[in-house]
Design a protein around this ligand. Structure first.
Ligand code: ZN
Ligand code: ZN
Length: 261
């Protein structure tokens, strides 16, 4: 299978507070990226771990490995406890950041993608949850702070699917994303979750394509050895969907490049 050029969703801090950016933490990502042949890689730890983020460590890594583009990025979400601070931080550091990934991990105040809260689903009508989820996505897309929307149908993670047609919801959401000239992410993360498939669905990707929306691609790794996990499946997916180009970002400026090396 042909190799892909970029990976725009990575968590070097692995949701930990004892792995602040350093040469020791970032270097393995460069070594692995080189091994895979990646040309463009964005670090996007969650905004709640911003204390461990360090621009200088990313820039130093870039100097040590000029053959790969390393992007200073962050995954900004809608955590009811931490995201207000996250938004403030992104605004304050916007000009140094290359890339901001916008995510929705909370609906009705609960972390719907965490197995610990799976019981919460029983309290709600699944169609309402889907509508609410996409309302939050539109809010994120309208924030003026994000470049691409991550895992756009994450709400399917535990195989709860809407019983009503959501085409109008997807259409409204994608139209807004197009209007704001944002990208959406195609991610292999869903393959290793209960749903067992790429985010987002072919239906959503096809709709986005028809609207002329650009795509970032990602593996959502939480360890260097997992970088671009299942990229063979992502390559197949892109071929099947006839997607040949991807978006990369430098200081929020989008560039469309060939997806395959
Ligand atoms: Zn996420
Ligand atoms: Zn993530």
């Amino acid at each position: 299978m042909r190799k892909l050029v970029a990976d725009y969703h990575n968590h070097p801090q692995a949701h930990r507070t004892d792995l602040p950016y350093s040469k020791k933490v970032l270097e393995p990502w460069a070594i692995k990226a080189k091994e895979l042949g990646l040309k463009d890689l964005a670090f996007t730890d969650h905004d709640r771990y911003k204390a461990g983020f360090d621009f200088h460590e990313v820039w130093d890594l870039q100097e040590r490995h000029p053959g790969i583009k390393f992007r200073a990025g962050i995954e900004l979400d809608n955590d009811p406890e931490t995201s207000e601070d996250g938004h403030i931080w992104v605004r304050a550091n916007y000009s140094d950041l290359d890339f901001v990934l916008g995510s929705v991990h909370f609906v009705k105040g609960f972390a719907f993608d965490h197995p610990h809260y799976i019981k919460e689903y029983e309290k709600y009508n699944i169609n309402d949850l889907y509508r609410d989820y996409y309302k939050n996505i539109r809010k994120m897309a309208s924030s003026g702070l994000v470049d691409s929307l991550a895992h756009l149908d994450l709400i399917k993670i535990f195989n709860f699917f809407p019983t009503e047609d959501m085409t109008d919801v997807y259409d409204e959401t994608l139209s807004l994303i197009k209007e704001k000239d944002l990208s959406i992410e195609i991610s292999t993360a869903g393959i290793r979750k209960p749903v067992g498939e790429i985010y987002p669905s072919k239906e959503i990707v096809q709709m986005a394509k028809t609207k002329g929306i650009s795509f970032t691609i990602a593996g959502d790794a939480h360890a260097a050895q997992d970088l671009s996990h299942n990229y063979d499946k992502l390559a197949e997916f892109l071929v099947e969907m006839d997607i040949n180009d991807v978006a990369v970002y430098e200081k929020h400026e989008k560039k469309i490049i060939p997806a395959f090396l």
